[in-house]
Design a protein around this ligand. Structure first.
Ligand SMILES: Nc1nc2c(c(=O)[nH]1)N[C@H]1C(S)=C(S)[C@@H](COP(=O)(O)O)O[C@H]1N2
Ligand SMILES: [Mo]
Length: 441
């Protein structure tokens, strides 16, 4: 029940006061068994054409009852200090996502980086970067030490990488039956540039014992309940991931202080994995001789069933596995959904694609609901674990309503699915294709 209420609120935010969209959405949510993205009956094609404001040249290709992307645009303004244009999904704790068209920059500006808080961040006025310390310890740490930020900067080489941080629950809003948690649509992802010390260099300076298997973080935020004996979240990564060149203890983002809501003054960043492994307001790092057992490490948190399950299945804890690399995915970041374009000129469409620990091999776009695809231009990543820019010039055969769909394929040949992939109890890893609406005049 609670979940339903919050979903209704989320949808209201998404669809605003538009009565047509609101009705369709309600119908979709209450009646349709497939997805919240929506499968309408084909009989509503006329109504749909009316609602999108024009004919639909490739209507014959539309999957039975797809709700046009034109109806899924969001214009809700909201102000979080330093976070222009983000959409708030929850304000206690604060969770806010970025509309796709604000993720167009190659390097995500601080103001457009999403916010995912599990608990209560340390009050801003209690954070003093000159006295802030991190402790490095744990049962597999041979020489536990503590560092101020100045000491980290002085003792260790500085490295800068652009790193993709995506919440494991990004896309959760489309699972049916609904999964509880923040109803992220597409905007819990960012790829800023981080500067800091290599996690590896710091760990090695503190001595990694032979039995070490996991590295985990503790942050300065408090559990949402206010109970001081519980941490808000404390996760980590297996040794191999921690020791990668790109795993950082970062003190800067895009050459400036890390924004307060994104973990100022210090955070761990392990790109390509669920954002939850990248600890904010970093206070402590532990080298563990077992898989870490901090809050939100155990199933079902950040875990998916080992074998595919039917939607709605109850999955016993022992049948889950912890999510490691995120799957291949892409976004259309320009133009913004709903624009009108003149038919006599090609439309330059662009976006980003990323693939967790892997690289992106190719990106394709479709304007006929997936019947045919054209290869997009794809740039190399500036470094491993950064997203890759893609661009494509698209010509439209006649005026009308179109959708541009984008689909990326990773370096091991896996592509994004057209529809929402494997349902799982907590709604993780939805990497279905992103689409935007374009009116061609
Ligand atoms: N200390 C701490 N670290 C945290 C979190 C948190 O709530 N507290 N949230 C995690 C989750 S679930 C995600 S997706 C990322 C989000 O990073 P961002 O808020 O900077 O976008 O931070 C991770 N690190
Ligand atoms: Mo997350």
């Amino acid at each position: 029940m609670t979940n339903k209420t919050s979903k209704t609120r989320g949808l209201h935010e998404l669809y605003g006061e538009d009565p047509v969209a609101a009705d369709l959405t309600l119908w979709d949510r209450e009646v349709n068994p497939l997805t919240r993205r929506g499968f309408l009956k084909r009989s509503s094609l006329l109504a749909m054409a009316a609602a999108v404001g024009g004919s639909i040249p490739f209507a014959a290709n539309m999957p039975g009852g797809l709700i046009p992307a034109a109806m899924a645009q969001s214009d809700e303004p909201f102000a979080i200090p330093g976070k222009d244009g983000l959409l708030v999904l929850n304000d206690r704790p604060l969770n806010a996502e970025t509309p796709p068209y604000l993720l167009d920059d190659d390097i995500t500006p601080a103001k457009y980086m999403f916010v995912r808080n599990n608990g209560n961040p340390p009050p801003q006025d209690t954070i003093d970067p000159t006295t802030w310390r991190i402790d490095v310890g744990g049962e597999s740490c041979e020489n536990p030490q503590s560092f101020t930020i100045a000491e980290l900067k002085e003792k260790f080489a500085h490295h800068t990488y652009q790193l993709t941080v995506e919440c494991g629950g990004n896309g959760r809003s489309e699972f049916v039956p609904a999964a509880s948690g923040n109803q992220w649509t597409t905007g819990a992802v960012a790829c800023p540039s981080f500067t800091g010390a290599r996690l590896r260099d710091v760990l090695e300076a503190c001595g990694i014992a032979g039995d070490a298997v996991y590295v985990a973080y503790y942050g300065a935020d408090a559990h949402a309940s206010g109970d001081p004996s519980r941490e808000s979240i404390s996760r980590g990564v297996p040794m191999e991931k921690a020791l990668e060149d790109e795993s950082l203890i970062a003190w800067a983002m895009n050459g400036e202080d890390i924004p307060y809501l994104n973990g100022y003054p210090l955070r761990m960043v392990c790109g390509g994995w669920p954002g939850s492994v990248s600890g904010k307001w970093l206070k402590k790092i532990v080298i563990r001789n077992q898989k870490h057992d901090g809050n939100k490490m155990a199933a079902p948190s950040y875990s998916v069933p080992k074998q595919p399950v039917a939607p709605g299945t109850e999955v016993p804890k022992q049948d889950f596995e912890t999510i490691h690399s995120m799957p291949v995915k892409s976004l259309v970041t320009f133009p913004r959904t709903g624009i009108t374009h003149q038919q006599n000129e090609p439309l330059a469409v662009r976006g980003h694609a990323w693939a967790g620990d892997l690289s992106v091999h190719s990106v394709q776009v479709s304007i006929d609901f997936g019947a045919t695809w054209q290869e997009a231009e794809l740039r190399k990543a500036p470094n491993r674990l950064a997203w890759q820019r893609w661009t494509s010039d698209i010509s439209f055969p006649e005026p009308g309503y179109y959708e541009v769909w984008a689909r990326a394929t990773d370096s091991e040949g896996r592509s994004q699915p057209m529809v929402v992939p494997g349902w799982n109890p907590k709604g993780y890893l939805n990497n279905a294709c992103h689409r935007i609406a374009v009116q061609v005049a």
